[in-house]
Design a protein around this ligand. Structure first.
Ligand SMILES: Nc1ncnc2c1ncn2[C@@H]1O[C@H](COP(=O)(O)OP(=O)(O)O)[C@@H](O)[C@H]1O
Ligand SMILES: [Mg+2]
Length: 264
């Protein structure tokens, strides 16, 4: 069998005396969609930032396509151009039009000419159905539209892996669907994704595996169906119950027959 695209091995990270990650390990195969979920403050964002070395771990290794990112001679700029990142709060440049937000990476990092970069950026905007808004500034766009530009900015680099950090949690409920639809399309095109999200409908549709993290450790792993029907740990059960209370209105996790099984 081929080696996993990404190997996360025994990652530890502290901020001063606060130990945030306590030995997190998992693999991501090419084409996988890994969903990470867990309570606020459990270390999910820190984990994503350790994967692309925005926050280097204190201990452990991250191996992408056979390259150990912890090696001091690894070119992190080159690595980061292969790992897309989509943030909760979009992080667009407010003084740049959508198209210029997206073409910036190809120009600065890949060294493409303005015309080449703009052409590629337009392709990426088409993928997220935002080409009509190319000449708008972020302030002229809804949150859902801004996040789709954020996704285009990741796609345009043609990354081998895209990390999503709660991409819909800052959005009004009516704007979540358009962003999830774009993410579903990307997942179905075979892009490898690690997605921190509590959108269980999305997880149900495309997650190959879900990882429940609490207090800096992986508490439980399993398929969406596993977490829907038979989560094993008390912590996962309680957290999923809290999610259901919060997000129950657009809950698509359970098929009717599963619900009966789960209740029995
Ligand atoms: N740059 C930082 N400096 C100090 N503490 C931080 C920093 N970033 C995160 N933390 C703390 O680390 C813990 C985990 O944060 P985070 O990874 O953002 O969790 P999550 O994304 O699961 O909500 C929290 O207690 C948070 O306050
Ligand atoms: Mg977070």
């Amino acid at each position: 069998m081929e080696k996993p695209l990404l190997q996360v091995k025994n990652i530890w990270k502290a901020y001063d005396e606060l130990q945030v990650l306590k030995g997190v390990s998992f693999d991501v195969e090419e084409g996988e969609v890994k969903v990470i979920f867990g309570p606020s403050g459990s270390g999910k964002s820190t984990l994503l930032r350790c994967i692309n070395m925005l926050t280097p771990p204190d201990k452990g290794t991250v191996i992408l396509q056979g390259t150990n990112l912890m090696d001091s001679d690894t070119n992190l700029n080159m690595i980061r151009s292969k790992i897309g990142m989509v943030f909760q709060h979009f992080n667009l440049f407010l003084h740049l039009k959508a198209i210029d937000n997206v073409s910036l990476g190809p120009r600065r990092v890949l060294g493409l000419s303005k015309d080449e970069a703009t052409e590629r950026a337009l392709d990426a905007l088409i993928q997220v159905k935002m080409e009509k808004w190319a000449d708008h500034y972020p302030a002229q766009l809804s949150g859902g539209q801004q996040q789709r530009v954020g996704i285009a900015r990741a796609l345009v680099m043609n990354p081998v892996l895209i990390l999503f950090d709660e991409p819909t949690s800052a959005l009004d409920p009516e704007l979540i669907g358009e962003v999830l639809q774009v993410m579903l399309d990307i997942a179905k095109s075979g892009t490898t994704m690690v997605v921190v999200t509590h959108e269980m409908g999305f997880a149900r549709a495309v997650a190959t595996e879900m990882i429940f993290i609490d207090e800096g450790v992986i508490v439980e792993k399993g398929t969406p169906r596993h977490f829907a029907i038979s989560p094993e740990t008390e912590r996962a059960k309680q957290f999923l119950h809290r999610l259901e209370v919060l997000y129950g209105h657009h809950e698509e996790l359970l098929e009717p027959e599963d619900k009966e099984e789960g209740n029995s």
